[in-house]
Design a protein around this ligand. Structure first.
Ligand SMILES: NC(=O)c1ccc[n+]([C@@H]2O[C@H](COP(=O)([O-])OP(=O)(O)OC[C@H]3O[C@@H](n4cnc5c(N)ncnc54)[C@H](OP(=O)(O)O)[C@@H]3O)[C@@H](O)[C@H]2O)c1
Length: 287
């Protein structure tokens, strides 16, 4: 049995689907069993269990009889505590293997708090006695779905990525690597940096979306302070806006543009291109 946390989310949901498709027994941890996402997981064959990573007492039953666990959750100030709870519960239940979704650039003491939190969780993994693998993907292609409304309305999207190429990755490829690491041996103790197959600038990404959707799309670069203010005005907590601006600055360097062979090496097929992603999601960007 494989326990997938974050199962209603992008990576957890796709990991559960991939594991089910190859006939694995999957248990999906969800907070709300009445949600449409939970119903879809059940319909596809997952055993759906109610549990909250923030409440360790809800994790005991979820981990009973589990061999491997996918650990993933959202970025907030309780992420270390939450994912730490899952790791501790996995160890207590006698699970063998944990795969964690971390992030590119993760480092102890990073000024970008998301990256410091992932580092603290990786430290808990290393001390857990479990077989563990940490996946550190770069920036997700799916982040561009947040721009769909702006593109639909005005044919533009805004950011502070400058003209740096970034090796965006499709979350489905992160999930494909996670599924293999959960099932196969040979990945214990590995920290894998994951990227898409190519690096492209946001202006090139805009042109790719334009080609796919058949409408003009422009990227407008704004100063980091203005981007931060826009995110805060849109309701993001100030610390998260600081982190996202910090990540954009970090990814302007060599880390953001590096391509790694991990997706192809681990899954046996190349990662999805941004052009393919744009074609699949083109209708979301049309007026
Ligand atoms: N965006 C990027 O470019 C990027 C790049 C690299 C790494 N990452 C990392 O990717 C991770 C997010 O992955 P994702 O995009 O797949 O996430 P996502 O789609 O936002 O889904 C998050 C999942 O976490 C679950 N969750 C939140 N709080 C929970 C709790 N207390 N108990 C149980 N489940 C809880 C949510 O379930 P509910 O349905 O209950 O809310 C949801 O299933 C983050 O750690 C982030 O740092 C992101």
């Amino acid at each position: 049995m494989i326990l997938v946390t974050g199962a209603t989310g992008q990576i957890g949901g796709e990991t559960a689907r991939l594991l089910q498709a190859e006939g694995r027994a999957v248990r999906a941890l969800v907070r709300d069993t009445a949600s449409a996402a939970a119903a879809a997981l059940a319909a596809a064959g997952s055993e759906v269990v109610q549990g909250d990573q923030a409440r360790p007492e809800t994790l005991v039953a979820a981990l009973a009889g589990v061999e491997a666990v996918l650990v993933v959750s959202v970025n907030d100030d309780r992420q270390v505590e939450r994912e730490g709870n899952v790791i501790a519960a996995a160890a207590a239940a006698g699970a063998r293997r944990v795969v964690k979704i971390s992030a590119l650039g993760t480092a102890a003491g990073s000024p970008i708090s998301i990256l410091g939190m992932h580092s603290a969780i990786e430290e808990r993994l290393a001390a857990s006695g479990l077989e563990w693998t940490s996946l550190r993907p770069g920036s997700f292609m799916q982040n561009f779905l947040r721009y769909a409304d702006s593109v639909k309305a005005a044919g533009v999207f805004y950011g502070c990525q400058g003209d740096a190429p970034v090796a965006l990755i499709d979350t489905r490829d992160v999930a494909a690597v996670a599924a293999r690491c959960l099932v196969d041996g040979g990945h214990a103790g590995q920290v894998y940096e994951l990227s898409g197959p190519e690096a492209l600038t946001y202006a090139e990404a805009a042109a790719t979306l334009a080609t796919a959707s058949g409408r003009p799309v422009a990227y407008v670069d704004v100063p980091p302070a203005a981007a931060r203010q826009g995110m805060v005005d849109a309701g993001l907590p100030p610390w998260l806006a600081d982190d996202l601006v910090g990540l954009a600055a970090l990814f302007e360097g060599p880390l953001g543009r590096q391509t790694t062979p991990v997706v192809a090496d681990v899954t046996g097929r190349p990662g999805r291109t941004f052009a393919a992603f744009a074609r699949e999601h083109a209708s979301l960007f049309r007026a």
